[in-house]
Each structure stands twice: as C-alpha cells, then as structure tokens.
Design a protein around this ligand. Structure first.
Ligand SMILES: C[S@@+](CC[C@H](N)C(=O)[O-])C[C@H]1O[C@@H](n2cnc3c(N)ncnc32)[C@H](O)[C@@H]1O
Length: 412
C-alpha cells in the first residue's frame, strides 16, 4: 500500500475522504468526536501533502478518523494521549487476553490478602453505614504497602474508585508491565492494553467523566447512584473492551509511517517540516492536567507527591507536578497563540485551528494575532459547522449562535 506521505498534490487540488468509524475509549472534555466530519473536511480542504500533525491530540479523535488515510504526527503534553492515539495508528501483534487476565487475578489476590480489614461495599443499610465504608476505603492512603504495585489502592481507594477496583487497576498494570519487560509486548501492545485500562477506569468511576472532583454521598439518592459505580467490575469492563479493541485493530489499523510525541506544542512544531497542522488547544481556564491527573498517573505510575493545602492532601488527590498550559492562563493565552502561529509559519505548514465561542480569547483578537504573525504569506479565513465562509473582522458582525469554528490558514 502506498503511503500518502509520498503524494504531492497540485495547488488547489482537494481530496476528501470520509472519516473512519472508530471506537472511542474515554470520555474527554473538548473531544471533537461529535464534529469529526467538520474537522476532517476542514483539514482536508487545505491539505497539500506531507503529514497531518494533530498538535493537541487529547483523546485522539483525529487519529481515529484519519489514521488509515494520512500519515499522522500525533502530539499532546499528556502521556495518556499518545497511548490512545497509538491504538488507532499502530498495528498490534497477538495479545493473549486469557493469560493477561489470569496473571492479573493472581496479582489481585496477592494484593488483597495484604489488606487486613474489610473494604467491600456490602451489607450497608443506611447512608451513614455507606459513608463508613467510603472512609474505611480512604484510610488506605495511610497504610504502608510493601509490594510494588500499590499506587492506586493506596492513593485512590474510596475516591473515584472503590478499593476493590483500585486493586484491579494495580493488578492489571502489573500484568501489562511484566509482558513489556519480558518482550512479549512491544510499544503498540502496551499502548492498546493501557488504553483499554483507561477505558475501564472511565466507565467504573463514580465521577462525572473526569477526575477533578469525586462525589460525596450526601443523600440517599447520591449514595445509590455512587454505589452503582462501586459495584462495577472493572476487570470485566477491561476484558470485554480488550477483545473488541483487538478485533478492531486487526481489521482497521495500518501504519502509514505515523509518529507519536509527548511534547510541548512549541517543541513539536520545531520538529515539523511542512504538512498541515490541526490545532485544538484548550479553550477554558481549566487545566487538563487537573481533570485527567489520574490517567496521567496510571501511565507514569510514578508514585507522585500529592498536592497539599493547609497541611493536608487536597481532596482531588492531584499530582504535585502538573502541566500548566498557557492556553488556560488569561495573561498568557495571547502569547500562546502567537507562538502557535509563528511555529506553524517556521515549519512551512498549513493550519486548521479549532475555535469555540466559549474560548478565553475573542475571535477578533485571534484573527489579529494570526494576521500579525503569518503576515501576507498565508491566506486566512474562518468556517463554521455548516462550512460557511464567514465574513470576519468584527465580533458583532455576527448574530448567529455559532459554537464551533475553524480558522484556516493556507500558505500562498
Ligand atoms: C481540547 S483538548 C484536544 C481534544 C482533541 N482534539 C480530541 O478530539 O480529543 C486540548 C489538549 O491540549 C493539550 N495541551 C494543553 N497544553 C498543551 C501544550 N502546551 N502542549 C501540548 N499539548 C497541550 C491538553 O492536554 C489537551 O489534551
């Protein structure tokens, strides 16, 4: 099969392929999965050869959609993103699901036998009794564990997951790592099994789709709802999805010389030579490193120091060292976009930039920065979801309720 990297398009020539249908692994704030047709068509409308660089790839929707059609360079500062992208971009060898889970069971049983009090969510008859179990789970953070794979059971029992579910997270991670060490798993098998574990974590968590705050059982009804998640068998969610993902991967994944990086966007742009950049930076003041800290910690598995406030560990149990994105800091956001445009220009690339009307910067300012930075070397315009060419310049030009826009910049 020829890779499209080798194809040079004549100026103005547009080839549009329909996005591939792909399975989503996690719930992700700002994911473009729902508007992937718009994103994919916009990118392809300015593509004129080379790689498509997904500069802020997040849950990797773009790799999911276009990974079988174009060579992709996927990048995000968070490590979990490159693991998820790998699922869509890198073919896997055989994965023995049965052996992986059997090994995890042994790890789980050994670790559970080391906890000498009851952490199960059973037999409670009132809100008070339920909360006693929650507190008992949370006290595991004060316990000393002698075996290595205890990060989740210590740090997160009784938070987004029960102690039981945390034991399984540690146990599966241990079984995956063993296979990496023995050489049975290469990078692609590691990424696929880890991403599936991220999936099982997301769908057993009692939270609302991220890990910024877990819920407290304050009323009978919240207790009942939390308990639904406390009872979920994380290991079953894992196995079920793993089998599906292996089949999907075999049928759909093709390596068109894709590459994956975990860099700050400015460093990623320095490595780029031509091609088309898709930029979907954060658009609100909330840091992804806070919302998804537990996923990052699973990937790094580095027993991080937890953030302390007023002498105690903060409720959200965040990592002390977390990336602070300039796109989420009001005083830095304009400079961050300047760096983005100038990095794209230095790389000699085209740019498709997602913009949401909830962003921290106005579209007018963004266009001013783009014009100042890209100068006359680029043709710049904006499209909305209906692919309408918009007359830009003044914010109050538009009366329509526009949610998702794409700023397009094509080298002249
Ligand atoms: C809006 S999300 C991207 C969503 C993605 N397009 C999708 O469909 O899932 C923004 C991403 O930017 C990443 N990010 C924030 N600051 C960054 C930086 N300085 N360099 C690289 N990535 C960064 C975040 O980790 C987050 O995953």
């Amino acid at each position: 099969m020829t890779t499209l990297a080798a194809i040079d398009y004549a100026p103005g020539e547009v080839h549009v392929v329909a996005p591939r249908v792909y399975p989503q692994l996690i719930k992700y704030m700002g994911s473009k999965a729902k508007i992937i047709n718009f994103v994919s068509d916009s990118i392809q409308s300015i593509y004129d050869g080379g790689v498509i660089c997904d500069l802020f790839s997040g849950a990797a929707s773009l790799s999911g959609a276009l990974g079988a059609s174009y060579p992709i360079l996927t990048n995000d500062i968070q490590h979990y993103s490159s693991l998820i992208a790998s699922v869509y971009l890198k073919p896997v060898r055989e994965i023995d699901t049965e052996a992986l889970i059997q090994d995890s069971v042994v790890n789980y049983k050994t670790a559970k036998s080391r906890i000498d009090f009851d952490i199960d969510y059973e037999g409670f008859t009132s809100l008070e009794e339920f909360n006693e179990i929650e507190v008992r789970n949370r006290t595991l953070i004060d316990q000393n564990f002698r075996h290595h794979y205890h990060l989740f059971v210590k740090n997160y029992s009784g938070t987004w997951w029960s102690g039981e579910q945390c034991l399984w997270i540690d146990a599966i991670k241990q079984a995956i790592d063993k296979r990496v060490k023995s050489g049975e798993y290469g990078q692609a098998e590691y990424a696929l099994t880890m991403s599936t574990l991220l999936h099982a974590m997301a769908y057993s968590s009692q939270g609302t789709g991220h890990y910024a705050q877990y819920r407290d059982a304050k009323t009978e009804s919240s207790m009942l709802d939390i308990n639904i998640y406390r009872q979920k068998k994380l290991q079953d969610l894992f196995v079920r999805k793993l089998d599906q993902m292996i089949i999907w991967s075999k049928e759909n994944v093709i390596d068109l010389n894709h590459s994956l990086t975990t860099l700050d966007y400015t460093d990623c742009l320095k490595k780029l030579n031509g091609g088309t950049v898709y930029a979907d930076p954060p658009y609100a003041f909330v840091h992804y490193s806070r919302f998804y800290h537990a996923m990052e910690t699973l990937c790094l598995y580095d027993y991080p120091d937890l953030q302390i406030k007023g002498g105690s560990i903060v409720k959200g149990r965040y990592r002390e060292e977390r990336h602070q994105s300039p796109f989420c800091i009001r005083t830095q956001v304009n400079g961050a976009f300047e760096d983005l445009f100038s990095g794209v220009k230095k790389a000699g690339a085209n740019l498709a930039l997602s913009y949401s009307d909830t962003a921290m910067i106005s579209l007018e300012t963004l266009l001013d920065i783009s014009k100042k930075t890209l100068k006359s070397n680029y043709e710049v315009w904006v499209e909305d979801l209906d692919h309408q060419h918009m007359t830009m310049g003044r914010q109050n030009d538009r009366s329509r309720d526009v949610k998702e826009l794409m700023l397009l910049a094509r080298r002249k």
